[in-house]
Structure formats: structure tokens, C-alpha cells
Design a protein around this ligand. Structure first.
Ligand SMILES: NC(=O)c1ccc[n+]([C@@H]2O[C@H](COP(=O)([O-])OP(=O)(O)OC[C@H]3O[C@@H](n4cnc5c(N)ncnc54)[C@H](O)[C@@H]3O)[C@@H](O)[C@H]2O)c1
Length: 289
């Protein structure tokens, strides 16, 4: 999708982190932006910043886990700007515990946002995108989808693997049915400096906090050790815009690490010797066969 200026983008989870940077980057391309988030105050701040920078932007408070909210988001985007050309299903939360200790409602919360949020986004917006001359969907997965880590976050890992599978399937279907007129990308970010590790702030009041996992300390230490190297969300957003323009499916912010993880999976699959469990954040190739 070469021409972004004047077209319309919808970004979920746009009040913080990668989503906020994405909205800013798409606005800098001259796109009219619809920002959606469950945090109304932070959302309003993000929209004000974009408007001060001269962008045409609106904010729509929405819970992406709710099909009705996502429908209302689409209705508002179309009534305000008349079309949608780029959809970024980006809102996400991370939570979990040791598997046996994860309450059902924590599963429902995380899968609701991270997987159903993407399903609702694709289902609701696809008819609108199909009406356009060209359009593009970007779904945010995670490196967690590549190797079964991080431990203690089974709902997150499950959801992000689902987003990868959904995106691959939709990519092939739309390539066949639209000849690529509506493109799909999957964003697989490596560690990016955002508030994802503060996802508890987005936990619904009715959902009790899960007990800390046995892996919490090792995971936190692993993250702390590499936090200084975490990517600026603006750099992630830059890659997303390039991928939309070039219609590339995979958007990898840490490509070498992603390739290592996939190669580990291949070795695991071929040798059928399970990899030993590791900490929360994989940074380097696992030397085991
Ligand atoms: N930061 C990383 O290292 C990293 C790595 C891999 C994947 N990701 C993914 O990137 C995406 C963006 O996260 P981030 O890192 O910018 O974190 P973030 O916490 O800074 O931003 C997430 C945004 O999603 C919003 N949100 C949460 N629940 C929502 C809901 N129910 N409805 C609508 N909005 C909701 C939050 O309010 C927040 O503004 C997520 O899908 C996350 O899983 C992040």
C-alpha cells in the first residue's frame, strides 16, 4: 500500500507503547487516525498530542474484547472519516501464573483482549476494508508465539500463537480472494520499552489477580538484564509502516532472535528432544539440540 496520506487508520491499544507510537507514525504519514483504547484518560492525551502536531485524529474508548465495542469503533470511524484503509489490532495484556493456578477468568481476560480482540477487529472491519481500493491489516503477535515461552504466561502465549495462525490463514485467504488488494501483516515484536509489564492496570475489577508464578523472579531478572536494550516503540512503528508499504507479512523487530527461535523449534521438531525450559525472555539462540 504505497499511498498512506489522506487515508484512514484505526489503531487499538493506541493510548500507550507500540500502539501510541504506531498512531503517531501513521499520522506523520498524513493518515487520519482513529485511536482506540480501554484507558480513556491516556487515550485522550494521545489524541490531543496528535492534534497538536496537526493530525486529524479522534479517540474512541473501546474494550476490544467486546464485539459490540469493536462494532461501535468501526461505526464511529466510518461516520467520522468515511472509510478505513489500515487496521492495527494491537491492544494487548500479559498475565498468568503456573498453569494449575490460573483462574478461568484470567484466561478469559487475556484471551479476550489478545485473541478475541484481534478476531473482533478482523471480522468487524474486513467488510469495510474490502470496499477500499487497497487496504491492510496488521495484527500484533509476539515472539512468545515462536517458541512456547515465556513461562508463567500460558494465556498470553496461547493467544499470541492464535494471532499468528489467524494472520497466516487470513493472509492466504485474502491473497487468493483479493489478489493482495487487502494485505495482512503480523507484527512480532521483540522486547520493546512499553508498559506491557504493567498490564495489571488493565485487569477488569471483577477479575482477581492471579498468584505469582514460580518463574516470576527469573523472568523479571531476565527482563531487567536486557531492559536497557529494549527497543523504542517508535522504531517498531517505523518497521510497521515500511511493511504496510511493501506488503510484507512478517514484521520482526529482532529478526536474528526470531530466526534462532524458529530454528530451535525446527531442531526440536526434527529430533523430538524437548528443549529445557528457560526464563521469560529469550535473547539468544538456545545451544541445546
Ligand atoms: N512491549 C513488548 O516488548 C512486546 C513484545 C511482544 C508483543 N507485544 C505486544 O504489543 C502490543 C502492544 O503492547 P505494548 O507493549 O505497547 O504495551 P502497553 O501496555 O504499553 O500498551 C497496550 C495498550 O493496550 C491497551 N489495552 C489493554 N486492554 C485493552 C482492552 N481490553 N481494550 C482496548 N485496549 C486495551 C492498554 O490500555 C494500552 O494502552 C500488545 O499486543 C503486546 O502483547 C509487546
Amino acid at each position: 500500500m504505497r499511498d498512506l496520506a489522506g487515508r484512514v487508520a484505526v489503531v487499538t491499544g493506541a493510548a500507550s507503547g507500540i500502539g501510541r507510537a504506531l498512531a503517531a507514525r501513521l499520522a506523520a504519514e498524513g493518515m487520519r487516525c482513529v485511536l482506540a483504547d480501554i484507558e480513556a484518560v491516556a487515550l485522550q492525551r494521545a489524541v490531543s498530542d496528535l492534534r497538536h502536531a496537526g493530525a486529524a485524529a479522534i479517540g474512541v474508548p473501546a474494550d476490544v474484547a467486546s464485539a459490540a465495542d469493536v462494532q461501535a469503533l468501526a461505526d464511529r470511524a466510518v461516520s467520522e472519516f468515511g472509510a478505513v484503509h489500515v487496521l492495527c489490532n494491537n491492544a494487548g495484556v500479559g498475565a498468568g501464573s503456573d498453569f494449575a493456578d490460573i483462574p478461568l477468568d484470567v484466561w478469559e481476560w487475556v484471551l479476550g483482549v489478545d485473541l478475541w480482540g484481534v478476531i473482533h477487529g478482523c471480522r468487524t472491519f474486513l467488510p469495510i476494508l474490502l470496499e477500499q481500493e487497497e487496504a491492510h491489516i496488521v495484527n500484533t503477535s509476539s515472539m512468545a508465539a515462536l517458541n512456547g515461552h515465556p513461562l508463567g504466561l500460558a494465556p498470553y502465549t496461547t493467544a499470541k500463537a492464535g494471532v499468528l495462525g489467524l494472520s497466516q490463514n487470513l493472509h492466504f485467504e485474502l491473497a487468493a480472494t483479493t489478489g493482495g488488494r487487502v494485505g495482512v501483516s503480523v507484527l512480532i515484536p521483540g522486547l520493546t520499552r512499553t508498559r506491557i509489564f504493567e498490564s495489571d492496570r488493565n485487569r477488569p475489577a471483577a477479575v482477581a489477580a492471579p498468584p505469582p508464578s514460580s518463574f516470576r523472579q527469573t523472568s523479571q531478572a531476565a527482563i531487567a538484564a536486557v531492559w536497557d536494550d529494549a527497543l523504542d516503540p517508535a522504531a517498531t512503528a517505523e518497521k510497521v509502516v515500511a511493511a504496510i508499504r511493501e506488503r510484507r507479512f512478517y514484521i520482526l523487530t529482532h529478526a536474528d532472535e526470531a530466526f534462532d527461535m524458529v530454528e530451535q523449534q525446527l531442531r526440536w521438531m526434527k529430533a523430538n528432544v524437548p528443549l529445557a525450559p528457560g526464563p521469560g525472555v529469550a535473547r539468544t539462540a538456545d545451544p541445546r539440540p
